[in-house]
Design a protein. Structure first.
Length: 339
């Protein structure tokens, strides 16, 4: 994380604190940092993001002290960050242009198939990797091996939510993980049936205090949600016929975009762009290798596809282990000469 003193925001994407922050009680680091994190829309291939915070000396002192107390390393500088470069196609390099049609997503969830999900055909949650191993062993001991209660909980009056609330929470988590919308009414009965008949390896009373004390545990709710989302994804996903959103797209149609990673920018020969968008030194060396490889005719970095600034948006959809439909953004495109 980078903190900068001052107010110059030329060509810098930052979170900027405008309050005086004369007292430490006036500011919570989570509020400032949280606003900056919400501005981030993508993570690059190096899995790194940089948040720059600009503000008064008081703000930066408070952030540094409180964040470091939480174990977060903070670097500060009074210098301006490197100015971004503009990467764009070059007309006299059209010999290195590459056609890269933009496909429409092929995968979709057919929620009508939810009715085919049979909770009785599912497996107990303590046999699934979605649940942490220690918790799986504990549940198996309690419900499958001894059928006696190992876990003890203080069940004061009103301390444990009703089963309907707990099951609704699990249902919502399933929808979020599988990225399904407007299916709560269809999904809730399936979740309730699974928990009541199969989740613990035997039929249980979801209204019982002991069961509710288990179901209120976040790790169990998350484990059930991950497992059900995966099974629902496998059941409901369908593959459509391949169609293109832009069948004629070429890299020379890419809009100019700003780049601030791994500067100064790399210039090579066999690409249609003026610079190569590299995230780190490894990618820089890879681009240099492609530029001299005898069997490579032309290539380009597609690092910007995850940001969307260039409007190239080349991506391939796939079914995630979570059951949700995700998108893979290739980082490079290479035209190779084959025998």
């Amino acid at each position: 994380m980078m903190l900068r003193e001052g107010w110059d925001v030329h060509n810098v994407s930052v979170v900027l604190g405008l309050r005086p922050f004369t007292a430490k009680a006036e500011i919570l680091p989570g509020q400032v940092i949280g606003r900056g994190l919400r501005l981030m829309t993508a993570i690059g291939p190096d899995r790194t993001q940089t948040l720059e915070v600009l503000g008064t000396r008081n703000l930066l002192d408070v952030l540094s002290e409180q964040l470091e107390a939480e174990g977060v390393g903070v670097a500060t500088t009074a210098n301006d960050p490197p100015r971004p470069v503009v990467i764009e196609p070059v007309q006299d390099r059209l010999a290195y242009d590459i056609a890269i049609p933009i496909p429409k997503p092929r995968l979709t969830h057919n929620v009508q198939k939810l009715s085919a999900l049979n909770p009785a055909s599912l497996e107990a949650i303590y046999d699934q990797e979605e649940l942490e191993e220690v918790f799986r062993v504990t549940l198996k001991m309690e419900f499958a091996t001894t059928a006696t209660e190992v876990h003890q909980a203080d069940l004061a009056s009103g301390a444990v939510p009703m089963a309907q609330i707990l099951l609704a929470s699990i249902t919502t988590k399933v929808m979020q993980r599988a990225r399904l919308a407007n299916v709560f009414a269809e999904l809730y009965p399936l979740v309730r049936a699974y928990v009541a008949s199969r989740c613990f390896g035997q039929v249980i009373d979801v209204e019982a205090d002991t069961i509710r004390s288990h179901l209120r545990r976040l790790e169990l709710q998350e484990g059930i949600a991950r497992y059900l989302a995966r099974k629902i994804g496998e059941l409901t996903v369908e593959k459509r016929t391949l169609e293109f959103a832009n069948a004629d797209f070429k890299l020379s149609d890419t809009k100019p975009f700003s780049w601030r990673r791994n500067l100064p920018p790399l210039m090579v020969e066999r690409t249609v762009f003026n610079y190569v968008a590299t995230y780190n030194d490894f990618e820089r060396r890879f681009a240099q290798f492609l530029d001299i490889a005898p069997d490579v005719l032309r290539f380009a970095s597609l690092g910007t596809t995850e940001q969307g600034d260039s409007n190239s948006q080349f991506r391939v959809d796939y079914l995630k282990p979570s059951g949700a439909i995700g998108f893979y953004h290739p980082g490079w495109v290479v035209v190779q000469q084959t025998p």
